[in-house]
Design a binder for this molecule. Structure first.
Ligand SMILES: O=P(O)(O)O[C@H]1[C@H](O)[C@@H](O)[C@H](O)[C@@H](O)[C@@H]1O
Ligand code: MG
Length: 287
């Protein structure tokens, strides 16, 4: 009989893996009708019935397992519909039901379910299921990171000239932001590095850092649900997380660098044209 008092979160961790796999199956079998594209904050910020239905399945399963009102939830699509996005000290699930929605709509083969769990604002575990690749990434704080139950570890590359760096273009199409993004990409490419890549999903990009396939991923504009699970997986694979200005990682700040080591991270940070994005949970100014 497990002694939950010694290790209260193992049961939640194991169940999160089961729920992520079930959510991934739902995404894989979603038919054309479910991919009817809707938009949120702008015409390129896509959402589908699958995003909404899968989030309901995930949150419903967790509430059924752990009871209503015992845990808090931050879900991408719940927040989009007006639920608060506030991380408190209470046990909180941070969920992106479909990370890579644009990929999902276009049948571009990188779509992930991202489920993280935080207590006292500290991330306890993260699960990212890349469901079209059938790769289950997971990590529990202090206990290592895994892909399909095999241990994973970040790259040992220290020479920036021998690195692949990942980033994304996000959904902001304002000329000043796009200019900063492209200027940053150009400066990094011309260091030079071996290559720049982007899978279209932050969670997957972070898992690729954790496996050592690439050396770093950064982005300004992501949300806590995109990166919370990947943050645990990168850290437990031996990587590091920072703010894009070199300060400490801040889950709710909408910007992040994750890398295999400080040498690569600091070299990337030198080139990033930083801009701000409204913090997760910050009040939206009245139009
Ligand atoms: O696919 P979602 O969950 O919306 O998250 C992606 C976001 O839409 C993009 O703007 C970002 O560039 C990606 O990194 C996110 O994964
Ligand atoms: Mg999403």
């Amino acid at each position: 009989m497990e002694n939950h008092s010694e290790d209260p979160w193992q049961r939640a961790y194991d169940f999160a893996v089961e729920v992520a796999r079930k959510a991934g199956e739902e995404i894989r079998k979603a038919g054309e009708s479910e991919i009817k594209v809707m938009t949120k904050s702008c015409i390129v910020d896509l959402v589908t019935k699958t995003d909404e239905r899968v989030e309901k399945i995930i949150i419903g399963s967790l509430k059924e397992k752990f009871g209503e009102g015992t845990h808090c939830f931050i879900g991408e699509e719940s927040v989009a519909k007006g639920e608060p996005c506030i991380l408190t000290d209470k046990p909180t699930w941070i969920i992106d039901p479909v990370d890579g929605t644009t990929n999902f709509v276009h049948r571009f083969p990188f779509v992930a379910v991202s489920i993280a769990f935080a207590v006292n604002k500290q991330l306890e575990f993260g699960v990212v299921y890349s469901c079209l690749e059938d790769k289950m990434y997971k990590a529990r704080r202090g206990r290592g990171a895994f892909c399909n139950d095999e241990p994973i570890q970040v790259s040992d590359v220290k020479d920036i000239h021998k690195s692949i760096i990942m980033s994304e273009y996000g959904i902001d199409r304002s000329p000043d932001k796009v200019n900063k993004i492209f200027t940053t990409m150009q400066k990094i490419l011309c260091i030079p590095v071996h290559g720049l890549r982007g899978s279209g999903t932050a969670a997957t990009n972070m898992c690729l850092v954790a496996t050592g396939a690439v050396e770093a991923f950064f982005e300004i504009g992501i949300h806590c649900w995109d990166i919370a699970a990947g943050a645990v997986i990168v850290q437990e694979a031996g990587g590091i997380l920072l703010d894009v200005d070199g300060g400490p990682f801040d889950l709710m700040s909408r910007r992040m660098v994750c890398a295999n080591n400080y040498i690569i991270a600091k070299r990337i940070i030198k080139e990033i044209d930083v801009f701000t994005a409204r913090r997760d949970g910050a009040p939206i100014p009245k139009q």
